[in-house]
Design a protein around this ligand. Structure first.
Ligand code: SAH
Length: 399
């Protein structure tokens, strides 16, 4: 049955249905037989193969990705659709045991990984922070917000919409940063029993990097008795876990003074004033690494921002990772542990590993890989959309 007889249809060029037949959710503009001129961005469209066979339905937008597929059938994209997908997403987080009194921060929707391309939702206690990366999700924001508050057992009372920095062509969409439902109800969330102020009003992304939860926990287990440097600390997640894990000294560094203030506040939230193991410094990473003494730290975390936002920046990004890691290998104490990450989607796991390998070889030290890290299970990767895997990390033992 054709539910969608009144919505626009886009036709693919011959042979361009191949990746979609393998359920990959993107239609590139070059795959369309003709670029439509009369369809508004964010409109739900049907997509057909060159022979007229239905491929599915998705959100249209202007750019290199022309359609983000919502379903590979003639599905009506309405309240019931969003409700179904959000319930599926929440069922997975429940299965993972991520919502507990001692863990109130988790990602509820991870775009393509939850079959909702263009949508990210992070939950902090009773507040959900919603980010639209596509015009289609921007126009659906009110329905999505309402369905979030209806998820049985999730306890979501407030929905904050934050898309000013994530939407393309923002001038035409008027993306407000504001509460769609409810209002401010406090901003302290708990992660593995540790407390964090989450600043979704002014912070980066949704206010916190939930994607490092498991990796922070691993660091906590390895931190006992170590002097720790947390480089690119942002909210101080790794610093708080290091202190809880028994580090003897923790230094947090970020070039942003705001991040340093946030880190200090989060340390204060978890440890009494009499605990003097922590200090935070607002300084450029390279400057700090160059100036610091050899052997000053037994555990170093390097979690920089994405060096390559696009494929064109790949070469410089790899160079950046190599230079950054080389300094850590040069300075870390013997028997030291290095946690090093890349969150650039354009950099593959293998490319990152080679960059770190080159940095290690430059130091000529004995280096072993202890753990290979990735994003946690609440950032799932659709098997049909391998691009969804973006976080890569290595834990290295340096003699
Ligand atoms: N590790 C953090 C996330 C890091 S986000 C966590 O677990 O939450 C990246 C951080 O790097 C941002 O806070 C940004 O301010 C900082 N940053 C960017 N460029 C920098 C530079 N050159 N030197 C130091 N910090 C930098």
């Amino acid at each position: 049955m054709n539910h969608n007889h009144n919505i626009p249809t886009l036709r693919l060029r011959r042979g361009k249905e191949e990746s979609l037949d393998r359920l990959h959710p993107w239609v590139f503009s070059g795959a369309l037989s003709e670029m439509p001129r009369d369809i508004d961005e964010g409109t739900v469209v049907r997509v057909e193969a060159s022979d007229g066979r239905l491929i599915g339905v998705g959100h249209f937008q202007i750019g290199s990705i022309a359609v983000r597929m919502l379903d590979f059938a003639d599905t009506q994209i309405d309240e019931a659709f969003y409700s179904g997908r959000l319930n599926d997403a929440y069922a997975l987080r429940r299965a993972l045991g991520l919502q507990r009194p001692d863990n109130t921060a988790f990602r509820l929707v991870h775009g393509e990984g939850d079959f909702l391309p263009g949508l990210v939702v992070d939950v902090y206690g009773d507040t959900a922070v919603l980010q639209a990366h596509s015009p289609g999700m921007h126009f659906a924001r009110d329905i999505i917000a309402r369905e979030l508050t209806r998820l049985p057992g999730a306890g979501i009372a407030n929905v904050y919409y934050k898309s000013e920095t994530t939407l393309p062509f923002k001038a035409r969409l008027d993306p407000q940063n504001d509460y769609i439902i409810g209002s401010y109800s406090g901003n302290v969330a708990t992660e593995n029993g540790l407390k964090f102020h989450i600043d979704w009003l002014r912070g980066q992304k949704t206010g916190f990097f939930v994607d490092q939860r498991d990796n922070r926990a691993l660091l906590g287990r390895l931190a006992a008795g170590r002097r720790v440097l947390n480089m690119f600390c942002y909210t101080g997640g790794f610093s708080v876990y290091a202190m809880a894990g028994g580090a003897t000294e923790v230094v947090s560094v970020d070039s942003s003074a705001k991040a340093v203030t946030l880190t200090e506040a989060n340390v204060k939230l978890n440890f009494p004033d009499s605990d003097t193991r922590h200090r935070a410094v607002a300084e450029d990473a390279f400057k700090h690494l160059d100036a610091m003494q050899r052997g000053a730290y037994d555990l170093i975390v390097l979690d920089p921002p994405a060096f390559a936002k696009h494929r064109s920046a790949l070469h410089n990004a790899l160079q950046g990772y190599r230079r950054l890691n080389a300094r850590a290998f040069e300075k870390i104490a013997p028997g030291g542990i290095l946690f090093t990450f890349s969150c650039s989607q354009a950099v593959t796991r293998e490319q990152f590993r080679v960059a770190v390998f080159s940095a290690a070889a430059q130091s000529r030290r004995r280096v072993r890989i202890l753990h290979q890290l990735t994003q946690p299970a609440d950032h799932p990767v659709s098997i049909y959309h391998p691009e969804g895997e973006y976080l890569k990390g290595l834990v290295l033992y340096v003699e």
